[in-house]
Design a protein around this ligand. Sequence first.
Ligand code: MN
Length: 748
Amino acid sequence: MGNKNIFTEEDFALINKEFDALKNNLVRCKTPECIELITNAFNLANKAHMNMRRRSGEPYIIHPIEVAKIVNAELGLGAKSIAAALLHDVVEDTDYTLEDIEKHFGPKITSIIDGLTKISGNYDSTNTSQQAENFRKMLLTLSDDIRVILIKTADRLHNMRTLDSLPERKKMKVAGETIYLYAPLAHRLGLFTIKTELEDLSLKYRHPKIFDEISRKLKHSEKKNQAMINKFSLPIIARLEAENLTFDITGRPKSIYSIWKKMQTKNVPFEEIYDILAVRIVFDPLKGVSEKTTCWNIYSIITDIYMPKPDRLRDWVSRPKVNGYEALHLTVMGPHGRWVEVQIRSTRMDEYAERGYAAHWKYKGDNSQESELDKWIKKIREMLENPNNDPIEFLDEFKMNLFSSEIMVFTPKGNIITLPKGATALDFAYEIHTEIGNHAIGAKINYKLQTLNTTLQSGDQVEIIASDKAKPVKEWLDYVTMAKAKSAIKHSLRSEIKELRDKGQKILEDKLKELKITHNSEVLDKLLPVYDCINREDLYSKIGNGIINLDNLKKILKKNPSSRIIKYWELRMSGLHKQTKSGDKESKPSVIDKEVPYLIRESIDSQKPDYEIAKCCKPIPGDEVIGYLSPDGKVVIHKPKCPVAVRLMSSEGNRLISVKWTIHKMVSFLAQIHIEGIDRLGVLNDITNIISGELNVNMRNITINVHEGIFEGTIDVYIHHTKDLNNLIMKLVNIDGVDRVNRVEDFN
Ligand code: MN
């Protein structure tokens, strides 16, 4: 600390040199006003970060200057964004407040800084749901100003470029986050160059050996590749010049990350990745000739010279990708029998590809037709505005949305609807309108009647057949892939369950009125165990849909009140130590060596029991168990192999007592089953039938995901004993199509 941090002459010289480099290379705005704004922002930031250093030792202000450089040169944003980038860490890391910023720079820049401050810093949490929530917060700023996300991306890029100075543990975390969230986000925003760099940098830190090996090999074949690209390009150049085109032709290897991914997916070594080379042709549009026509002209010239690979033509000119990307890609057989990918773009398309969303602004002007990207952002906003979104679930769905490529289908009127790949007819229905989804019964796909879970293909024409009587059922959750459809179905199901409950409650109340009994919790407590219900909601809905009829209601309620205390099971504990009085150093806990019968009761007056089932390992009767006498006198029941119990054994062994299940009667325990297998029609039905047919088992929750014909899921069940659970598992395994069933025993 102290003197070590005070800036030296060299520091000041470095800071000024870096800032001049920014100021003298402004891309979009060079007016005196712009330069003044940027200089003011720099002056304030420089003062605020005075004598602060990064972990690497360099003055802190170098970081915001570098971020501003990226915002300027690589994103092509204007003066306000550059100023915001210079100021981006001021509010978070220094004594300056948002009000200070507002006073000097006005509301627009302040709101950008506010957005940036809100989303930074919190990533230290190792808690996934916290991270998900933070990311969600960050995306919320999408609705305020897209520039926040762009500047945040630049910030992340510079942090990745300088990741070396962080401690190892943090490196992995930042690199992991980058590949999980920032690279896909950059991709979706059309920032192709930045996305590629983020991916490569992330790989470099996550798998340094692989990264080094691939870069070494690429370096090794560099000369050979250059010669090959030259040889490949020469005849193309001659023909394009003959057409009077102004163009740029460049060749480059694929990125290290994409080579690695290809090695992974194809399971081949580096040497067998044959289309490592890509050639890019960027042309200036000719007057009076559309860009599209020129693209196809160039395509035609290239295929005159080289043989195209038929299945590798990608036309993103007629219809751009959702992230705004436009180009014509083809793969041809080059010299020496090697496949070469050729990308054809106009200068405008090239700028879109390099700068993504930032470039859209430049070209959009005032006749702004809603671009695909705008539509995407609108969709994300809709997702975000859905309040009952669980953060983790949201993150997964958002990720799916980032990665999935799109298909385009047509309405009967010929309108184009963009859906994620894998979307079904039911997704389509919900995409058109929630009400259409809610009442769908089938679909006509290309004039042929199909079921709602039919997966759509690009180019399909889809008409939804709806009926007023139709309504969502639980299985529909398996039919859809899109968040929007899922949440609409869940919403509808929830309100249906509520209706059922209300109906059940009404039936019960009427019946009780007939018997002149007051409807209170005492009555409910009597009924729940008899009807094997978990709680009152469970009871009401079972009455509501007729599973429970109340014919013997009178008999149940007239039962002897002394049976109010129900003995559920007994835990036999031994080796119970006397508790040590605090402050009494001399007294050591003494062992009671005879067995102490320890009756555990749970009364329906809901007195607190003297034991507690450990939440970490959730043992149930039949499991091997061990007891821990907690300081407040409660015995906590663990499984002996539970890590928490193991820790207790080593640290507080004197508080452990042996416990044994002896009898059990009525109480149910929650257990979770994991199940997977081949999806076939009705398999879910078979599973639920078996479960509901088991007398001692009550299903609480079932989650099944189907992916490419394989289903996988978990079922939460209430059981009385492991015996029941094993029985159930045996029966489930025997279902046709079910592959594996096991009890989930996670110790988290
Ligand atoms: Mn920063």
